[in-house]
Design a protein around this ligand. Structure first.
Ligand code: SF4
Ligand code: MG
Length: 326
C-alpha cells in the first residue's frame, strides 16, 4: 500500500534566546529526527509524555511550522517547504483537531460562521445557501442540533465544542486529520463519546488519523499502529496489539505498566517512571532515556541506539535489543 503521509528524518529545532543574545548553537530540539508513515484510512497513535515534541510534530505535518530538516510527503507530493499559496490545496486535505476547542474556535463567531469559514477560504461548497446546507449536514454528522447554527462556542459544553471542532475539520472532506489530544480535556464519560464519533467518521469517510495522546490507555481503542515518542524521537513503533502485548522498549513498557488495570485480581507489576522528560535544549547524551531507564547499561549513556526491526512491522530503538550484545 502506498502511504498517504511519509515523514523522513524530520527535525524541528527552535533557536534558544539566552539573555539578550540569540545564540544559534543552542536549540530546542523539539522534533529531532522523526520518521513515520500513515496509510490511507489508518490511525497511527502517537504517544509520549508532555513536552516530548508530539504537538510540534503535529504542527509540522499541517505545516503550521516550517521544518528545520527532513521531509514530509503527502499523497506522493513533497510538502516540506511549500509556500503559503501552494499550501492551500493541502489545507483541504490535512486538517487538525486541537485539545482545547475554545482556543481554536473564534469566540465571536456563531457555529454557522465557524463551519462555513473553511469553505469560503477554499472557495468550495457552492453558493451561500449550498454552504448553509452543508453546515446543517455537518452538524447532523457530528450529532449537534440544527439550532446550534446561530449559537456561540461558549454556549456549549466541552464535549459539544469538540464536536464543533470535528465538524469544522471534516467540512472540506480531508484525507488526514491530526488529532492533538482531542479528548484530554474532557471528562472520561464524554471522552468515549468523542472517540466513538471519530471512529464512526473514519469508517464513513475513510479518514486517516494521527492520534496524539500522552497516555496509552486512550489510543488503545482507536489506533491500528502506535508510535512512542521520547524527547523528540520515535523510540518504538508497532501494530497496536503487538505494542500492548509485546512492547520491547523500556520506555514503552513503563507507559504500559502505568495503564490502570480494571480487574483487581489481575495485578500487574507497576514500573513507576520517576522524574520528568529532560529538556530538549540539552538532551542527555547517548540514549535520551538513560537517566530514567530501569535497565540502563554504561554504554547507554554513550551512543544513541538506532531503530531496529524486532518483529513484523515492529521497530524499537534500544541497545539491549541488539543481536550482538557486546
Ligand atoms: Fe534503556 Fe539503554 Fe535501552 Fe536506552 S538503550 S532504553 S537506556 S536499555
Ligand atoms: Mg501537546
Amino acid at each position: 500500500m502506498t502511504a498517504l503521509l511519509e515523514v523522513d528524518n524530520l527535525h524541528m529545532h527552535f533557536p534558544v534566546k539566552e539573555g539578550i543574545f540569540m545564540r544559534s548553537h543552542r536549540a530546542n530540539r523539539a522534533v529531532d529526527g522523526v520518521s513515520l508513515h500513515i496509510n490511507p484510512g489508518e490511525t497511527l497513535g502517537l504517544v509520549g509524555e508532555s513536552g516530548c515534541g508530539k504537538s510540534t510534530l503535529g504542527r509540522c505535518l499541517v505545516r503550521l511550522y516550517d521544518p528545520t530538516a527532513g521531509s514530509i510527503r503527502f499523497a506522493g507530493q513533497d510538502i516540506t517547504h511549500l509556500k503559503p499559496r501552494a499550501l492551500r490545496p493541502l489545507r483541504q486535505n490535512i486538517q487538525m483537531i486541537f485539545q482545547d476547542p475554545m482556543e481554536s474556535l473564534n469566540a465571536r463567531h456563531t457555529v454557522g460562521e465557524i463551519l462555513e469559514e473553511p469553505m469560503i477560504i477554499q472557495g468550495v461548497g457552492g453558493n451561500s445557501s449550498e454552504r448553509r446546507q452543508r453546515v446543517r449536514e455537518l452538524l447532523n454528522i457530528v450529532g449537534l442540533p440544527a439550532r446550534s447554527v446561530s449559537r456561540y462556542p461558549f454556549e456549549f459544553s466541552g464535549g459539544q465544542r469538540q464536536r464543533i471542532g470535528i465538524a469544522r475539520a471534516i467540512a472540506l472532506n480531508p484525507q488526514l486529520i491530526i488529532c492533538d489530544e482531542p479528548v484530554s480535556a474532557l471528562d472520561v464519560s464524554i471522552q468515549s463519546q468523542i472517540l466513538n464519533l471519530l471512529i464512526e467518521l473514519q469508517r464513513e469517510f475513510n479518514l486517516a488519523y494521527l492520534f496524539i495522546a500522552h497516555d496509552l490507555a486512550v489510543v488503545k481503542h482507536v489506533s491500528d499502529r502506535v508510535a512512542i515518542m521520547y524527547l523528540g524521537r520515535i523510540v518504538e513503533t508497532a501494530a497496536s496489539e503487538t505494542l500492548y502485548q509485546n512492547a520491547s522498549h523500556p520506555y514503552t513498557k513503563s507507559l504500559i505498566s502505568a495503564i490502570p488495570v480494571p480487574d483487581p485480581h489481575r495485578s500487574h507489576e507497576r514500573q513507576v517512571l520517576t522524574g520528568d522528560v529532560p529538556s530538549p535544549i540539552a538532551p542527555p547524551g547517548g540514549c535520551h532515556f538513560h537517566p530514567r531507564c530501569p535497565v540502563a547499561e554504561p554504554r547507554c549513556g554513550e551512543l544513541y541506539p538506532d531503530m531496529r526491526t524486532v518483529g513484523q512491522e515492529h521497530e524499537s530503538a534500544c541497545h539491549l535489543l541488539a543481536r550482538d550484545k557486546t
